[in-house]
Write a protein that binds this ligand. Structure first.
Ligand code: ADP
Length: 387
């Protein structure tokens, strides 16, 4: 007899398949199963034939669908579902269904593989992928932050460079006038020394001094501006008498006062303030220089205080700020039309505002063209130590 006609040989082939093969009838009763099916589902041969195919599957959905001939496309490929081992333990399986006819009866067959190991591997891979994705997301966020910071500092650097260029263009022009005045005065000082004109010599010494203070102030502003722009300001707080600081600034501005111009200082507070005196000095100096520069008449400075704040006002009766220019006055390099006949760079008020904000203070003003200007400053006293 040929092997292909040998039943025993058929059985050996059937039972040694890599995949479980099971056949059932229309009532879903199992009519044939190979050894791998017993191994996958942990049943003995006797047990399996007493059972219905439903027992081996977690849900009947797939089988019912196949028997009813629905969704035929779907059944052309392998499907993943869950099988149930003897004892109720669920396992992932891969299954494909088929239909056959034998002696005028229809039967169904299912090819089943246990895919537990593959699924575990997939799960591990999924977990690993998830972790990797999360890691990548995190690193991307970090990277974006670094790029953002780099861009910011690059932009800052660019802004700073632009600023310096703008300032240098302006300042070099502004430097020339006082420098040539200094040279003229110096030449005259030499001339008057020969002639023994002490009064004239002193007059020119004063002029030189005032121009040097002016230049010095301009350089201070440039350095200050750079600090404000790069955010490099950390106020250093000390306790000092505010009115003493104001007096000191007033005394240093006397060479700039015009004929008959005076600074009238009214102060009754005598309070100590815990603030950064260097920064405040720069702010007040800028305001006072402006008041002197933009007016010929007396300048009024007033100090007052309450429990939390010190209030400083400075009033001049000068050229005033035109209404249309008032909203731009704190912008860097802005100069009102009526100010162009006076030396200046347009950065003093910008610095004053930037610094005041750093010290949690504020600045505002009222002005009428050709009548005068009054600036109001508020500064928190912070912790005030009475001395
Ligand atoms: P600068 O005086 O060097 O031009 P500032 O930043 O100090 O720069 O002032 C900006 C502008 O504000 C001035 O150019 C001027 O138009 C106006 N300004 C400031 N203070 C006064 C003032 N006391 N009186 C009139 N105009 C003023």
């Amino acid at each position: 007899m040929l092997l292909k006609e040998n039943k025993a040989f058929f059985k050996v082939c059937f039972d040694s398949m890599q995949v479980g093969i099971i056949a059932f009838n229309l009532k879903k009763e199992i009519v044939l199963a190979n050894t791998p099916i017993m191994e996958i589902f942990n049943y003995t041969s006797e047990e399996i034939y007493n059972n219905n195919i439903n027992v081996l599957l977690k849900s009947n959905g797939l089988i019912n669908e196949f028997i009813k001939g629905k969704n035929t496309e779907k059944f052309k490929s392998l499907l993943e579902t869950y099988g149930v081992k003897k004892g109720g333990f669920e396992i992932p399986i891969e299954v494909s269904f088929g239909k056959m006819e034998f002696e005028g009866q229809f039967y169904y067959k299912a090819l089943i593989s246990d895919i537990t190991v593959r699924k575990e591997k997939e799960l591990k891979k999924d977990i690993l992928n998830y972790q990797l994705e999360e890691e990548v997301k995190l690193r991307t966020i970090e990277l974006e932050k670094v790029i953002k910071k780099l861009k910011e500092s690059l932009n800052k650097e660019k802004d700073l460079n632009n600023l310096k260029t703008q300032f240098i263009t302006l300042a070099s022009h502004e430097f020339k006038t006082p420098l040539s005045a200094i040279i003229t005065s110096a030449e005259l000082i030499i001339k008057y020394a020969d002639l023994n004109r002490i009064d004239k010599r002193d007059e020119h010494f004063l002029k030189v001094k005032s121009k040097i203070i002016f230049l010095n102030n301009m350089i201070d502003n440039l350095l200050t501006l750079e600090n404000i722009e790069s955010g490099n300001i950390t106020p250093s707080y000390t306790s000092f008498k505010f009115s003493d600081l104001v007096k000191d600034i007033i005394n240093n501005t006397s060479p700039f006062l015009k004929k008959k111009q005076q600074i009238i200082f009214s102060n009754n507070i005598g309070d100590y303030i815990h603030q950064d005196s260097k920064i405040i000095k720069i702010i007040l100096k800028n305001l006072l220089f402006n008041a002197i520069k933009y007016s010929n008449k007396d300048i009024l400075i007033k100090l007052s205080a309450d429990a939390e704040n010190i209030y400083f006002t400075i009033e001049d009766k000068g050229i005033g700020i035109p209404k249309t220019a008032q909203k731009f006055i704190f912008q860097r390099f802005f100069r009102a039309k009526n100010a162009v006949y006076y030396p200046g760079t347009g950065i003093g008020l910008n610095i004053a505002k930037g610094y005041l904000e750093k010290l949690n203070g504020s600045i505002s003003f009222e002005s009428t063209e050709n009548k005068g200007t009054i600036f109001y400053l508020t500064l928190p006293k912070l912790t005030v130590e009475k001395q």
